[in-house]
Design a binder for this molecule. Sequence first.
Ligand SMILES: NC(=O)c1ccc[n+]([C@@H]2O[C@H](COP(=O)([O-])OP(=O)(O)OC[C@H]3O[C@@H](n4cnc5c(N)ncnc54)[C@H](O)[C@@H]3O)[C@@H](O)[C@H]2O)c1
Length: 325
Amino acid sequence: MHILVTGCAGFIGFHVCDMLLQKGHEITGIDNFENNYSVFEKEQNIEDLERYSDFYFKKLDILNYQALREILINNYDLVIHLAGLPGVRESILKSNQYIQSNVIGTNNLISGLINTKTRNIIFASSSSVYGNNPYLQKAKENIITKPLSPYGVTKLACENLLYSYYKSYDFNVIIKRFHSVYGPRMRPDLVIRKFLFNVENDNPIIIYGHGDSSRDYTYIGDVTKSFEGSISLLNQDLNIYKTYNICSGRSISITKIIDEIRSICYKNPIIKYKQSNLMESLHTLGDYKKAERELGYYPSMSIRKGIEETYKWIRNNAYSNSMKL
Ligand SMILES: NC(=O)c1ccc[n+]([C@@H]2O[C@H](COP(=O)([O-])OP(=O)(O)OC[C@H]3O[C@@H](n4cnc5c(N)ncnc54)[C@H](O)[C@@H]3O)[C@@H](O)[C@H]2O)c1
């Protein structure tokens, strides 16, 4: 297949492209090298992907509608849309930018596809669309969505935009609600990398709240596997709009993450506490049964092994051991 991947220089983008290229697909990747974190890391990802002869990269901002249309003219078998500004905390400070990049960017992409032959789209949504999950019941895809942050609102808006285009223009749409993805090459703002880096360097780690908040952490290798089933489903030529949780189905507290890091790094973390932010969910926990049934998705990585893999990557890559270059 010829696949367009937006946001290919990012954490998930790199791994998805890498997996698809290994499977023999041809990839066109676009990314604007947004400077929300180290551009050097993004360039490094592209350099690694450019080792494949079937990878073609163009630096492009999806907010630049004219330039985007020139790329979209190529008629792709599938578009995997990962580009955008990620993260709850930053979105509280930069809501305007998030709305621009995520909502306007997605609208540019999908409206630019209307007059092309491309009809298959996979969109990176987030567990943030659910808002808080106080009773730690596994959230199914059809529960009421009540995002707490501007980031979650932008993801839900994109889901709804995609639905409206699906209805009018016969697109096939798969929405993937990723839950706290972690692993090698993960973003520096994400908890597991931040904690590993700080513990390794004897810096304090900051806990927002009391350490009892929890997340459904999903290993990147499990996330990339979910794309194989999604592509098979899209190849069945159905007219679909489907939403799936891509998660591990277990919620792990910050305290448990710190315990794992303590025993993996053989160091005692210095912990500082700060007030939690009400726009951040206290708990996230997803139900992946629908993805298991329909995509053959099954998350197999244990949190211990997943953190060990991430730690190995941090130790083996000089740049990953710095928070911002
Ligand atoms: N990592 C997670 O835990 C997680 C969880 C839920 C959802 N998601 C979503 O998955 C996607 C990928 O996340 P990630 O963790 O790899 O983030 P990332 O920041 O590493 O990757 C996003 C990429 O998009 C690019 N980008 C941003 N704005 C752009 C624009 N206007 N034009 C072109 N490129 C642009 C960035 O440069 C970056 O390389 C995002 O949409 C994110 O919201 C991620």
